[in-house]
Ligand binder design. Structure first.
Ligand code: SF4
Ligand code: SF4
Ligand code: SF4
Length: 510
């Protein structure tokens, strides 16, 4: 070693400059905007850190703590995480969903399962096998419960099997995930209807019951001729489970949500000329923006800010729809209330009308001591990721209840953060990040390259910058940085140079 450097170092170590300081740094991991926005609260920076370190199995197990079906959300989630990603302020959000898809597929291919808890719990019934029910079944089984899922259709999976079109979600991926549930011991009974009246009988056989039946009934509009319209949910179910579609070459779909867009896309894929009519302006439609864009690219005509006045029927057959321009004047019971802006009405000729204007529960379920409700039934219509998260949270609560423990919620239990402030772009030191636009993520290598673009906002990934820059050698770098208070003179260089907003200068003793 250079003798001058050695002398400087030994002098620095001998003089305890720590006694001079008023301030000292504290290392606090905060919350990245992506994990804050994710409906499943996935700890994205920690996940990417493990993945980039080559600790792929640990990354996979971390992901499964939050979401048992990343190969599904990695395909269909509208990725609000990316909309909030700090990297968006620089050169484009990190392609989080695509990385999640790659990791999800690795989990399937390599059959990665977390170890099951030693607890051998009682029997639990889950009613409904959509994303919330299946997620609940996974976490209940992981918690040691003996789980039976009841599904009234002859195929399990709920909207994953009959709602989301196969061009958005490959059915083989759904089947693989169902297989994984069977592998961990979950029994799925199909063609079996359970109603609220059956609850007491169910409680005789099971110590816990979790209801995740979703929103299975389509709402309707009170306009003339509406009895001649098809319901969007029934159309999707018939198409995906029976391979049938209603007749009609020119279709009008009424609605602006995901079901409406999925119906319209199914129809256009089947060669029907399709128009989508919705009361919202395009940029306020509740459907996933990317799906709306793809629908338009596929040739669907969109008439936004239009309301339905009448389904025109001639000689007992649908002949068209009468529509007019509307504005939204309010919302009642999750239904938009609209008013026509003038007396002008247009007739759009068609021979098939499909309504997809919202869903509601088919039956009223009540929570009780050992009866829990989850998914859309609890929260209203949402995303697959939101339903998975709800199923998980309610299942973890039920496991805790059956084990006689309290459950603080997933964020408090799983996030392992020192504080809950969301780290903004302004909290980071962007001079350490080289501009690099998002790349294509098709495989492991692409996922790695893209994960490297992550700033790791608010999460210390042990980059060592603070250790390198500290002029007083007051930071000790092991698996994470630690302060040597005897030598820190409180200059704050480490806090300035931390790229991720992890270091805060605080008054000593505070
Ligand atoms: S589940 Fe959706 S929001 Fe959450 S990290 Fe994955 S893509 Fe993003
Ligand atoms: S840069 Fe990384 S940690 Fe920060 S918001 Fe984007 S994905 Fe999340
Ligand atoms: S500079 Fe790097 S090692 Fe130091 S606190 Fe920040 S992220 Fe962690």
């Amino acid at each position: 070693m250079d003798i001058t450097l050695l002398r400087t170092f030994s002098t620095t170590r001998r003089i305890k400059t720590g006694a001079w300081s008023r301030l000292q740094p504290v290392f606090l991991n905060g919350v990245s905007p992506c994990m804050d926005a994710c409906p499943a609260s996935i700890d994205v920076p920690k996940l990417f850190h493990l993945f980039l370190e080559g600790r792929e199995r640990e990354a996979a197990l971390l992901l499964l703590k939050y979401n048992p079906f990343p190969s599904i959300t990695g395909r269909v989630c509208p990725h609000p995480c990316q909309d909030s990603c700090n990297r968006g302020e620089m050169d484009g959000a990190v392609e989080i969903r695509a990385i999640e898809r790659v990791l999800g597929d690795i989990i399937l291919e390599e059959k990665i399962f977390p170890p099951k808890g030693a607890f051998q719990g009682p029997s639990v019934a889950v009613v409904g096998s959509g994303p919330a029910g299946l997620s609940a079944a996974w976490y209940l089984s992981m918690g040691g419960m003996d789980v039976t899922v009841f599904e009234r259709e002859r195929a399990p999976g709920g909207v994953l099997s009959w709602g989301i079109p196969a061009f958005r979600l490959d059915r083989e991926i759904v089947t693989e995930n169902l297989r994984r549930l069977e592998e961990i011991g979950v029994e799925i009974v199909t063609d079996y209807t359970i109603s609220p009246e059956d609850l007491s009988e169910l409680h005789c056989r099971y110590q816990g019951v979790l209801i995740a039946t979703g929103l299975g009934r389509s709402r309707t509009l009170h306009v003339r001729g509406v009895e001649h319209a098809w319901q969007g949910l029934n159309l999707l179910k018939g198409y995906h489970l029976e391979g049938t579609l209603p007749p009609g070459e020119r279709a009008v779909v009424i609605g602006g949500g995901n079901v409406a867009v999925d119906v319209a896309r199914v129809l256009v894929h089947e060669g029907r000329k399709t128009t989508l009519v919705c009361v919202e302006p395009r940029d306020e439609m509740p459907a996933i923006p990317q799906e709306i864009q793809e629908a338009q690219e596929e040739g669907i005509d969109l008439l936004d800010s239009y309301g339905l006045e009448e389904v025109v029927v001639r000689d007992g057959m649908v002949a068209g729809v009468r529509i007019g321009r509307v504005c939204i004047v309010g919302e009642e019971d999750r239904m938009k209330q609209v008013a026509f802006v003038d007396n002008v009405r247009d007739e759009v000729p068609c021979d098939l009308v499909v309504l997809a204007v919202g869903q509601e529960p088919e039956e009223g379920w009540e929570e009780g001591d050992a009866t829990f409700v989850a998914g859309d039934l609890l929260m209203g219509p949402g995303t697959v990721a939101g339903a998975i998260a709800s199923g998980r949270d309610v299942a973890l609560k039920l496991v805790a209840t059956l084990q006689g423990r309290s459950f603080e919620g997933v964020r408090a239990t799983l996030w392992e953060r020192d504080h809950y402030e969301v780290i903004t772009f302004q909290d980071l030191n962007p001079s350490y990040f080289v501009p690099l636009p998002p790349g294509e993520v098709k495989d492991r290598a692409g996922a790695m390259r893209e994960a490297e673009r992550c700033f790791s906002c608010g999460y210390c990934n042990a980059c060592g910058n603070c250790w390198i820059f500290c002029p007083d050698v007051a930071i000790i770098m092991e698996s994470a940085p630690q302060l040597d208070p005897d030598h820190c003179k409180g200059c704050g260089i480490c806090a300035t140079e931390c790229p991720r907003g992890v270091i805060y200068m605080r008054e000593k003793g505070c």
